[in-house]
Design a protein around this ligand. Structure first.
Ligand SMILES: [Zn+2]
Length: 290
């Protein structure tokens, strides 16, 4: 079957379990062999990939037609109280963006930072200012990869849906990474077809229809408590209603990339991909296609 135009591509973050080693290069080929279409390179523990490997990963992705994104290091905090730490975070984000671009990734996802002792309003201002500087350098260097600020699952982390959408609306060149497991875990809500549609409509209202046509999405099962996200789970082990979620994405015509971050990686990614395509076929069969 030909992949439907304008639909969602499915992939995973990191290295598939079925890979015999932990190289990103092998991961690209394996993603395609598994029947998946996207891979998020994990720079989460630091920028360890050299320029030569980045070039090879880029070529492999082109050959295998795998859509690449990347994830910046976890220790970035654009709201760090220490000025030096804040500047290091900006540098690290820029270097991650340069590396992502060199490796052929179209998007770099990052966690913006923590509130610490600051109010959400003050944190928002600080992060906005830090990002303005990063975006301006990225523009002057004409870096091709786009920055994607992620919706975060822990309440101590900056990145509610509203914060992320406002920031993206205000800063040219900044796009969201919609992590629906995080959006769910942060408040323990947003877990029905209607809730998911509301989130999607909000994205459209704040950022325009184009944001839905080039969405970058993270998903996994999730364990949470009153502080928000605790850990990722496989979808079957979690309360997350992924069937209603996929139906909402399809009905709203969302296109782009879905990256699976369940512990089972390819198992959940493939399950979602298959479910998504069966929903689409049903829609086309019943004549309710757009
Ligand atoms: Zn993340």
């Amino acid at each position: 079957m030909m992949p439907a135009p304008e639909g969602l591509l499915f992939g995973l973050a990191g290295i598939p379990h079925s890979c015999s080693d932990d190289s990103s290069l092998q991961a690209v080929g394996q993603v395609r062999r598994l029947g998946l279409e996207a891979l998020e390179l994990e720079f989460v523990q630091g920028l360890k990939m050299g320029p030569e490997t980045a070039g090879r990963v880029r070529l492999a992705a082109l050959n295998h037609r795998v859509k690449l994104s990347a994830h910046a290091p976890y220790f970035i905090n654009l709201n760090a109280e220490d000025r030096g730490q804040k500047m290091q975070s900006q540098d690290l984000l820029l270097n991650a963006l340069r590396l992502a671009s060199a490796a052929g990734a179209t998007d770099l996802v990052f966690h913006a930072g923590y509130y610490g002792s600051r109010s959400p309003e003050e944190t928002y201002k600080n992060i906005k200012h830090s990002l303005q500087e990063v975006l301006s350098i990225a523009r002057s260097e004409k870096i091709a990869a786009r920055l994607r600020v992620e919706t975060m699952g822990k309440k101590k982390q900056f990145g509610s849906l509203d914060e992320v959408l406002s920031l993206c609306r205000e800063l040219e060149g900044l796009l969201p990474c919609l992590d629906f497991a995080h959006i769910f875990a942060r408040e323990g809500r947003i877990n029905s077809y209607r809730d998911f549609l509301q989130v999607i409509k909000k994205v459209e209202k704040k950022l325009g229809r184009s944001a839905l046509k080039k969405a970058h999405i993270h998903i996994s099962g999730v364990k949470y408590n009153q502080t928000g996200e605790l850990k990722h789970l496989n979808l079957e082990e979690s309360e997350f209603r992924y069937d209603e979620w996929l139906q909402a994405l399809d009905d709203a015509g969302v296109a782009g990339t879905v990256i699976c971050e369940s512990p089972s990686l390819e198992t959940d990614a493939l399950m979602l991909k298959n479910l998504y395509h069966s929903l689409r076929e049903k829609r086309i069969d019943s004549g309710s296609g757009e």
